[in-house]
Design a binder for this molecule. Structure first.
Ligand SMILES: *Cc1c(COP(=O)(O)O)cnc(C)c1O
Length: 239
C-alpha cells in the first residue's frame, strides 16, 4: 500500500482549522467544545498522523479498513479512530477491532453484524447512520425511508450505541449548496429522535470546504482532510 508523506505544515493547518471552527461557532452562538474535529488521514502515512497527534489532535478518520489496518498500529494507542467510508459487512469484524466509531452504517445487516462482533469482542462501539439525503444515485448511505428499520433495532442492540446521523452532500463548488442537505439531516434527526426515543445527539457533516455551513446547521463532528494534511495525490477508494 502506497501511503503518502505530506509536506503540509500540519501544526499551522490544524490551528487554522480550529480557528475556522471557532469563528463559525461564534457566528451562530455555539460552544466550540460541541464541535469535534475528525482529522481525515486517508492516503497519508502514519507519520502524518503522529505529527498531528503531537500537535494535540486526538480524533482521526479513515475511509478504508485495509488502510487503517496498516496505519493504526503505527500510531499512538491513545488516539480515537473513526471509520467514515463505506463498510462491507465482510469487513465488519476488522472494523470493530480497529475503530471506536463507525459513521457509515447504512443497512440493518451491517448494524446487526457490527453489534455481534462488538459484543463478542467486549468492545464499546459507537455508530452513526449514514443517510443519503440528496437522493444522488452514486452516493452511499441509506435512503431516508430505510433508516427507521435501523432505529427500531436500537433497543435490541447489545454493545453498539447508535449516536446520531452522518451525511455526505453532493460535490459542489459553492459550500452554500450543501446547506439544504445539512438542514434536512438535522430535521430528520429531530423527527426520528422524538419518534424512536433515541437521542441521536451527533451530526457528522461538513468537510474542508463546507465545514462552516455544516456548523451553522448543527454539526457535532466535522471531517476535515485536505485542510489539515494537504491535497491527496491518489483517488481514495471505498472500504
Ligand atoms: C475524504 C473524506 C472527508 C474529508 O474530505 P476533505 O475535503 O479532504 O476535507 C470527509 N468525509 C468523508 C466521508 C471522506 O471520504
Amino acid at each position: 500500500m502506497n501511503l503518502n508523506d505530506t509536506t503540509a505544515d500540519i501544526g499551522a493547518n490544524l490551528e487554522d482549522v480550529r480557528r475556522r471552527i471557532a469563528a463559525a461557532c461564534a457566528r451562530c452562538g455555539r460552544d466550540p467544545a460541541d464541535v469535534r474535529l475528525v482529522a481525515v488521514s486517508k492516503t497519508y502515512a502514519a507519520s502524518a498522523v503522529r505529527e498531528a497527534a503531537a500537535c494535540g489532535q486526538r480524533v482521526f478518520g479513515e475511509n478504508r479498513v485495509q488502510e487503517a489496518a496498516v496505519k493504526v498500529p503505527q500510531c499512538p494507542g491513545t488516539l480515537e479512530w473513526h471509520l467514515i467510508g463505506h463498510l462491507q459487512s465482510n469487513k465488519a469484524a476488522a472494523a470493530v477491532r480497529l475503530f471506536d466509531w463507525v459513521h457509515s452504517v447504512d443497512t440493518p445487516k451491517l448494524l446487526r453484524m457490527l453489534d455481534g462482533h462488538a459484543a463478542a469482542a467486549g468492545k464499546r462501539l459507537r455508530v452513526l447512520l449514514e443517510v443519503n439525503v440528496s437522493g444522488e444515485i452514486s452516493k452511499s448511505g441509506a435512503a431516508p425511508d430505510a433508516v427507521p428499520e435501523m432505529l427500531a433495532m436500537v433497543p435490541d442492540l447489545q454493545t453498539v450505541e447508535v449516536r446520531g446521523l452522518m451525511t455526505v452532500p453532493p460535490v459542489a463548488e459553492d459550500p452554500e449548496e450543501a446547506r439544504p442537505h445539512f438542514r434536512r439531516l438535522r430535521g430528520l434527526r429531530d423527527a426520528w429522535a422524538a419518534e424512536y426515543a433515541v437521542p441521536l445527539e451527533e451530526l457528522s457533516m461538513g468537510m474542508t470546504h463546507d465545514m462552516e455551513v455544516a456548523i451553522e446547521e448543527g454539526a457535532t463532528f466535522v471531517r476535515v482532510g485536505t485542510g489539515i494534511f494537504g491535497a491527496r495525490t491518489y483517488p481514495e477508494k471505498e472500504a
